[in-house]
Write a protein that binds this ligand. Structure first.
Ligand SMILES: [Zn+2]
Length: 430
């Protein structure tokens, strides 16, 4: 479909004098040429009519355009300033409002522009017609960063007006995704839902595509949410929820929470306290029939990057060791979950390999650490420490290489003091 973009420089002239100089990128799709990015921006109202599809020259008398670089000059003519306001409006209305599925650059919290896909749009209340806010997915980032953005955060010069062949035949100007783009989107959102078939996945995506609750208040903190959450329908219009930090009951209004807090008598999680070290306590509530030693790690945002997640992983393996069983986390792991686990496995296994003299097998490593053999194998393979020699797998443990990997894996979290773990495994209780 599209050819390689060409660099275009464009001078707007008036009475023979250059009044503005632009550098932009042109992309050809079929018979159409699109201006996909310019410097400086064409967004000021005078030159806005240059945006989007340029296949129809718009009656310029003094405009001049030439390509720099490969010399293949697409025929583009510039509108002389000042342009007719009607033509400008027509151009703008052909792009706006942006269609769901449109790809465009968006200014993020780092003040830089990143590629996004429009997931949903909604009218801005009490605003001019066709004034929309857009819910966007940053294609380089995890879905937790999806958010509502204002039109001014979007660089309309970068709108990818890729038109399907079919649509073009009909002469429509709507912005459509190519088959390739559609496939890419499907891939993006499959993560963590491999068990769903295509139809259920689409339904699930449609239902969960927009975050419903924007923030929660929990204890001393107001916390931004990461993903959609399935609350009952009566919470549909609710942007913020108030949580009791002890029993996790949630309410729509602050006054309701204050009333609740006066009578809530829970001051610790349910279950038996099995570990206490300093201000850190662990509670046991439920027995798992499966061999998973950890189902879910959650560190609330105000407490992140303090070593609690790593502590939870280490703690789960201490429980497995006490049980005399190997353990493994429940799958699938999230992106952050896998990162934490890979770090833990690397630190534990490579520490042993560094100190160990002589041969050691995966089974021995598993017995020492309670880490499942498969997890040991994939970790060592990902670090390229396993070699296949004379028909068998061999662990290569060059101390320098081990040190390099250990450094990259970072430090462990809060220390688990095993002497403070007071717990009887489930089986032995009966
Ligand atoms: Zn409560």
């Amino acid at each position: 479909m599209g050819e390689a973009p060409q660099i275009l420089t464009l001078d707007i002239t008036s009475n023979g004098h250059t009044v503005k100089h632009y550098k932009g990128t042109l992309s050809s799709v079929g018979s159409r040429t699109h201006l996909i990015q310019t410097e400086p921006s064409f967004l000021d109202p005078v030159h806005f009519s240059l945006m989007g599809s340029l296949e129809t020259p718009t009656g310029a008398e003094n405009g001049s355009a030439h390509t720099a670089g490969n010399g293949k000059s697409p025929s583009v003519e510039a509108v002389d300033a000042p342009s007719e306001p009607d033509a400008s409006k027509r151009r703008r209305s052909s792009v706006l409002p942006l269609e769901v599925g449109t790809r465009v650059m968006c200014r993020w919290r780092d003040n830089k522009y990143h590629p996004v896909k429009v997931i949903e749009r909604r009218k801005v209340p009490n605003a001019i017609p066709n004034d929309y806010e857009y819910y966007v997915h940053y294609t380089e980032f995890n879905r937790r960063l999806d958010e509502w953005v204002k039109l001014e955060q979007l660089d309309l010069n970068s709108v990818e007006a890729v038109v399907d062949e079919k649509v073009e035949e009909k002469g429509a100007t709507g912005l459509k995704m190519t088959r390739h783009q559609k496939r890419k989107i499907d891939e993006t959102h499959v993560e963590g839902h491999e068990e769903l078939d295509a139809a259920s996945l689409r339904e699930h995506e449609e239902f969960t595509k927009v975050k419903n609750i924007a923030t929660i208040e929990l204890g001393r903190y107001e916390i931004e949410t990461w993903y959609f959450s399935p609350f009952p329908p009566e919470y549909n219009d609710c942007l913020k929820l108030y949580f009791c930090e002890f029993c996790l009951n949630f309410m729509k209004r602050k006054e309701q929470l204050q009333r609740h807090m006066r009578k809530c008598d829970l001051k610790h999680p349910p279950g038996d306290e099995i570990y206490r070290s300093g201000t850190l306590s662990m509670f046991e509530e439920k027995h798992s029939e499966e061999s998973y030693n950890l189902a879910c790690i959650l560190t609330l945002p105000p407490y992140q990057r303090k070593g609690y997640g790593k502590f939870l992983i280490a703690f789960s393996y201490e429980l497995s060791k006490k049980e005399g069983k190997v353990g493994t986390p429940e799958r699938p792991l999230s992106d952050l979950g896998l990162l934490s686990y890979r770090g833990y496995w690397t630190r534990v296994l490579l520490d042993i390999l560094k100190k160990h003299k002589g041969n050691i097998s995966i089974k021995e490593l598993s017995d020492m650490t309670a880490i499942k053999a498969e997890d040991i194998l994939t970790t060592l393979q990902s670090l390229e420490l396993i070699q296949y020699r004379k028909g068998q797998h061999v662990i290569c443990a060059d101390p320098k290489v081990l040190d390099r990997h250990l450094k990259a894996a970072g430090r462990g979290g809060l220390e688990v003091d095993v002497s403070k773990l007071i717990w009887t495994p489930y089986k032995e209780q009966s």
